[in-house]
Design a protein around this ligand. Structure first.
Ligand SMILES: Nc1ncnc2c1ncn2[C@@H]1O[C@H](COP(=O)(O)OP(=O)(O)OP(=O)(O)O)[C@@H](O)[C@H]1O
Length: 251
């Protein structure tokens, strides 16, 4: 469903991403790993339309999407979370999920003002979807709390719910386990697997928590200093000499 071919991204004199290729099939969890500064988030920023890549192609469901702005990419069904949680902290938990859907659907303001039947129906289904996902990530009891007052692990789950209410085909998670305790990481592990198995979503994951990566990934792509280093199953990556060297070098 997604193919990234020979992607490159230059910032002035720095070639942050250089010739990275990867692909994601339906119902697959694909991870991108690599030492700090390897270029992982930059790859994500290109895939999600935050950056226009300097070179290469990004093909989603047969369509070239490199350089298309982020809001259009998300309407095609590719949505992402951020390394640092980005919620509307002064809005309630449920409002965060409603805003996400409005932005996604590009709701007509006049229809809203006049409260047309079609608009009301859509509002109701947006509320139903919000309630469904809040329940699913264990936040239904906190619907009316300000998002900024949630514990960190809860904010991370709300971010995933905020993506899921838009019914994506491909979900991109940037370090979702960062800052979580072991129990929360275990819950996250189960949630991500369930997104694939129960909701047919493909997941691209950037993550430093190797036990999580090894446990849930179908395939892993390793990048180092902007360049592809290895790709394969968790078992193949675990035993790859180049990968071991790159990580030992970092430590
Ligand atoms: N907007 C930018 N302008 C200039 N340089 C950038 C920009 N974004 C990233 N870089 C540089 O590109 C390189 C890759 O950064 P990137 O954030 O993609 O790495 P990463 O693999 O996600 O790292 P980490 O695991 O630490 O999050 C780094 O050298 C970084 O300083």
């Amino acid at each position: 469903m997604l193919e990234v071919k020979n992607l490159s991204m230059r910032f002035g004199g720095l070639l942050a991403v250089d010739g990275v290729s990867l692909d994601v099939q339906e119902r697959e969890i694909v991870s991108i790993i690599g030492p700090n500064g390897a270029g992982k988030t930059t790859v994500f920023n290109c895939m999600s339309g935050f950056y226009k890549p300097s070179g290469g192609k990004i093909i989603f469901e047969g369509k070239e999407v490199q350089g298309i702005p982020d809001y259009k990419i998300s309407r095609l069904g590719m949505v992402r979370t951020f390394q640092h949680v980005r919620l509307f902290t002064q809005m309630s938990v449920v409002e965060n999920l409603l805003v996400a859907q409005h932005r996604h659907l590009n709701t007509n303001m006049l229809a809203g003002l006049f409260g047309t039947p079609n608009y009301k129906e859509r509002e109701q289904s947006a509320l139903d979807r919000a309630a469904y996902w809040l329940e699913r990530v264990g936040l239904l009891d906190l619907s009316n709390r300000d998002a900024g007052n949630l514990a960190y692990g809860q904010q991370r789950r709300l971010e995933i719910a905020r993506c899921m209410v838009t019914e994506p085909k491909l979900l991109m998670l940037d370090e979702p386990a960062a800052g979580l305790n072991p129990a929360e990481t275990k819950e996250l592990n189960q949630l991500i697997v369930s997104l694939k198995e129960d909701y047919n979503v493909s997941v691209v994951l950037i993550e430093h928590d190797m036990s999580l990566v090894m446990d849930i990934s179908d395939r892993i792509n390793v990048i180092n200093q902007g360049r592809p280093l290895a790709s394969g199953t968790p078992e193949e990556i675990r035993h790859n000499d180049d990968v071991i060297k790159a990580y030992l070098g970092e430590a």
